[in-house]
Design a protein around this ligand. Structure first.
Ligand SMILES: [Zn+2]
Length: 139
């Protein structure tokens, strides 16, 4: 099925993220002064306010920090409900909000905080790949 949701807008400062996504690589911004990774991309480090940032290729691994089952959705997501959203604790640090895949929204008791997840990318158009996270098989 073709991706039929809105395409995220890009800025110059997020270009490395989108270029990495095209190659199934999760790119994250990191401060070269305090060495902390942050998400979402910003012009300054949210921890020490340095403007000395770089992009690193992340592992694409994380764990579920928390989650919620969305029973009611609007617009282009209305037909997707119910689905599960989650905050992912990235292995490299900070958190990313996602639609969680590989889980049954009708069996939320089976979703475990702390469960390992891996990033995957879905092609939205010829130039845009959207990250999603999936629970690691067998967990
Ligand atoms: Zn910093």
């Amino acid at each position: 099925m073709a991706y039929d949701k809105p395409i995220p807008r890009r800025g110059v400062h997020t270009q490395p993220f989108w270029e990495g996504a095209k190659n199934n690589q999760l790119m994250l911004p990191r401060c070269t002064d305090c060495n902390r990774v942050h998400w979402y991309p910003r012009h300054i480090c949210p921890f020490c306010h340095s403007v000395n940032l770089e992009w690193i290729q992340a592992s694409g691994e994380g764990t579920i920090h928390t989650y919620a089952v969305q029973h009611l959705a609007f617009g282009p997501w209305a037909e997707e409900a119910p689905y599960v959203t989650a905050y992912i604790d990235l292995k490299e640090g900070d958190r990313m909000l996602t639609v969680l895949r590989g889980v049954d929204p009708n069996k939320p008791e089976e979703i475990k905080v702390g469960a390992p997840v891996k990033v995957e990318f879905e092609q939205a158009n010829e130039d845009t790949f959207i990250p999603f996270w999936r629970v690691v098989e067998g967990f």
